[in-house]
Design a protein around this ligand. Structure first.
Ligand code: EPU
Length: 302
C-alpha cells in the first residue's frame, strides 16, 4: 500500500517518523518472502499515539513489524503499511541486576551484552534471531528457558486503548510461545531482571547452546524458525520427520533436510508456495496422528 496523501509526509516528519516508500518485505524477513508496501520508522515512542490517530483518520491500515524473523508475509502489493521502531543508541542500559532494553534491540546482542556484564539466564536464546520486542510478544524460548521468566516490566502501546502503558511482569501471562498481549499491542521496551553469573560461565552455556543449534537446525538457510508449535508432550519436528517429509517441496518452499519443523526458502519461494506446503504438511500429520498442528510462525496474508 502506498501513502498517497500528500500532506502526510510533512506531518510524519514532525513526529520523527521517516517514510520509506515501496519497501520489499522479503528483504526484511528471515524467510526472504513478502511483497511491497510503505514502511514508517518510528524514532520516538511518545509519537505513536498521534501517529496512529493520523493513520486512522486517513483510513490507512497498518501493522507493527519487529525483526521479521518469525513471520510469513503475503506476496505482491500489500494492503497495509508497516510501522517499525528505529533502534535507539544505547538500546540496553543496566542497573544492578536489571536490564532496561528497547524493543528494537537485537535479541542475540542483548544476551551477549548482558553476559559481558555478568548477567545470565538467557543463554538459550543466543541463536534466536529477531528483536527483543518480538521475543517478548511470542515468549521466545529454547533449551529449557523462556524470556518471560525474566520480565519485570513492559512498556507497550495498546492500540485498543490508544495509549502507552506500563505493565508489571505479574500482569502478563507467559505461556509456551504465547502471551496475554493483544495481537495489536506494540512492544516498546522491557525491564528484565537477570541472575548474576560470571561471564566465563555464561559463555560456556552460550557455546553449548550454539553447538546444539548448529547440529540440529538449518542455520545458514532462509527460514522463520519452527513453523508449528509442539503439541503438548510431542515434537512437531519428529512427527513430520517420521512421516518421511524432509525435502518435501512446493516450488522453492521446502521442508528442511536438517530439522523437519523448519521450512526453508531454497530460492525464490512465494508466500503462496510456503502456505501450500504448510497446509499439506498439516493435513498429512493430521491424517497420520489425528493431531492438528498449530502455527508457530505468524502469518500476515492480506
Ligand atoms: N527430531 C527429529 N527429526 C527432526 C527434528 C527433530 O527426530 O527433523 C527430534 C529430535 O531428535 C529430538 C526432538 O525431535 O528428539 C525435539 O527436537 P529439538 O530438540 O530440535 O527441539 P524441537 O522441539 O523441535 C524446540 C523449539 C525450538 C528450539 C528448540 C531447542 C518449538 C516449536 N521449537 O524445537 O524453537 O530452538 O526446541 O530448545 O518449540 C522456534 O521457536 O522457532 C524454534 C526453533
Amino acid at each position: 500500500m502506498r501513502i498517497s496523501d500528500a500532506s502526510l509526509p510533512g506531518e510524519l516528519a514532525k513526529l520523527g517518523v521517516a517514510v520509506r516508500a515501496g519497501v520489499w518485505l522479503a528483504e526484511l524477513t528471515s524467510l526472504g518472502i513478502g511483497g511491497t508496501t510503505d514502511l514508517l520508522r518510528i524514532t520516538r515512542h511518545d509519537s505513536i499515539p498521534t501517529l496512529v490517530e493520523l493513520l486512522e483518520e486517513r483510513q490507512i491500515p497498518y501493522r507493527f513489524l519487529g525483526g521479521g524473523s518469525n513471520l510469513l508475509v503475503g506476496d505482491g502489493e500489500l494492503p497495509w503499511i508497516v510501522l517499525q521502531l528505529a533502534k535507539p543508541e544505547p538500546d540496553v542500559t543496566l542497573d544492578g541486576n536489571f536490564a532496561h532494553v528497547d524493543a528494537a534491540a537485537d535479541l542475540g546482542r542483548t544476551v551477549t551484552y548482558c553476559a559481558k556484564h555478568h548477567l545470565g539466564g538467557m543463554e538459550g536464546l543466543i541463536g534466536v534471531p529477531g528483536t527483543v520486542g518480538g521475543a517478548l510478544r511470542m515468549n521466545a524460548g529454547a533449551y529449557g528457558m523462556q524470556i518471560g521468566s525474566y520480565v519485570r516490566e513492559v512498556k507497550l502501546y495498546r492500540t485498543a486503548k490508544r495509549r502507552i502503558e506500563i505493565l508489571r511482569g505479574e500482569q502478563i501471562s507467559f505461556e509456551y510461545r504465547h502471551t496475554s498481549f493483544a495481537a495489536d499491542d506494540m512492544m516498546l521496551a522491557v525491564t528484565l531482571e537477570l541472575p548474576s553469573k560470571p561471564y566465563q560461565e555464561i559463555l560456556q552455556g552460550i557455546r553449548i547452546c550454539n553447538q546444539k543449534r548448529r547440529s540440529s537446525q538449518p542455520l545458514g538457510q532462509k527460514s522463520a524458525g519452527c513453523i508449528f508449535k509442539n503439541p503438548p508432550g510431542a515434537s512437531a519436528g519428529r512427527m513430520i520427520d517420521e512421516l518421511g517429509l524432509k525435502g518435501l517441496s512446493v516450488g522453492d518452499a521446502r521442508v528442511s533436510d536438517r530439522h523437519a519443523n523448519f521450512f526453508v526458502n531454497a530460492g525464490q519461494a512465494s508466500a503462496k508456495d510456503m502456505l501450500r506446503l504448510i497446509a499439506d504438511v498439516r493435513s498429512r500429520v493430521e491424517q497420520a496422528y489425528g493431531l492438528k498442528l498449530e502455527n508457530e510462525v505468524v502469518v500476515w496474508n492480506a
